[in-house]
Each structure stands twice: as C-alpha cells, then as structure tokens.
Design a protein around this ligand. Structure first.
Ligand SMILES: *[C@@H]1O[C@H](CO)[C@@H](O)[C@H](O)[C@H]1NC(C)=O
Length: 156
C-alpha cells in the first residue's frame, strides 16, 4: 500500500519534471534544446524526429538518421543538430542567434518511439523587462510536489 502510493506520487513528480523543460536564453546568444528518448537501441535508419516551434514552424526534421533540408529558412542556419548522438537516443539541437520571436514552445516529436517532449524557451532581452517570471513560478510548484510526496509518505 505504502509502496504503491509512494510510486504514484513519485511518478507524478517525475512526469512533471521530464515532460516540460524550461530553457532561458538571451538575445543574440545560443541555447541547447534538450530532447532524449528512453529507447537507446534504435537503428539509425529507423530514427525519425521532428522539432517544431509554436506548433507549426519546422525547426528541423531528422528522418532515417539524417536531417532533412525541408526546414524553415530562418532556422536553417541557426539550428545545429548532433548526428553523432542519435544512436544514443539524444536529439538535442543548438539554436543560435536568438531573437525575441524564438520564445515559446519547442516540441520534439520522437516518432519512432511515440515520445514527445516540450521545451519552453524564454528569451531575456537587454531592454530590461525580464520575462522570466514563469521560471520562478515553476520551481515553487516543484517544491509543492516534493513536500506533498514527503507528507504522504509520512502519513501513510
Ligand atoms: C511563439 O510564441 C511565443 C509566445 O507564445 C511568441 O512570443 C513568439 O513570438 C512566437 N514565435 C513565432 C515565430 O511564432
């Protein structure tokens, strides 16, 4: 009983942490957008991964272990892929020359294993106003989960 509820709370906690990640960048800088699969033993030719920005813009497509050229021209020169990591289940990309419009949601769809990761990118401009308030709210939420899981373990 105790083990079951412990696992439940823990699963919620892990889900919360792994499903969405927040990355911060500055204008003109670069960021690494993380995305990794739980399956590590894929054949290179079976690997199909799609990176999308705000739901539609094609950041990059990895098809059959190679990146396809049909991507948004804006990202062509700014999104760097790391093919040597594909076999290990890592599909992170580096986005450079950041601008304000790069903010938002990046979705990494790992088609061959039906996994999907979301990375929220926050761009901190030099104009002063920080858009980082979401980052601050996300960590207290994490603490609520941790405290809740500890409390439930103690109570049971
Ligand atoms: C993506 O969405 C974010 C926030 O929702 C917005 O700030 C940004 O300008 C959008 N970028 C593009 C290219 O649509």
């Amino acid at each position: 009983m105790m083990i079951t509820s412990f696992i439940c709370v823990f699963a919620v906690l892990i889900n919360k942490v792994s499903l969405q990640e927040t990355v911060e960048g500055v204008i003109g800088g670069s960021v690494l957008l993380p995305c990794s699969s739980t399956e590590h033993d894929q054949k290179l030719q079976d690997i199909t991964v799609h990176w999308r920005h705000n739901g539609s813009k094609i950041v990059c497509d990895i098809i059959g272990g190679r990146h396809s050229e049909s991507r948004d021209p804006d990202y062509k020169s700014r999104a760097e892929t790391f093919p040597e990591e594909y076999a290990r289940g890592n599909f992170f990309i580096r986005l450079s020359g950041l601008t304000h419009t790069d903010a938002g949601e990046f979705i990494c769809l790992i088609s061959h294993s039906s996994e999907q990761k979301t990375v929220r990118l926050i761009i901190n401009g030099k104009q002063g106003r920080k858009i980082g308030s979401d980052v601050v709210t996300s960590s207290p939420l994490l603490w609520v989960y941790i405290v809740l899981s500890v409390v439930s373990i103690v109570l049971i």
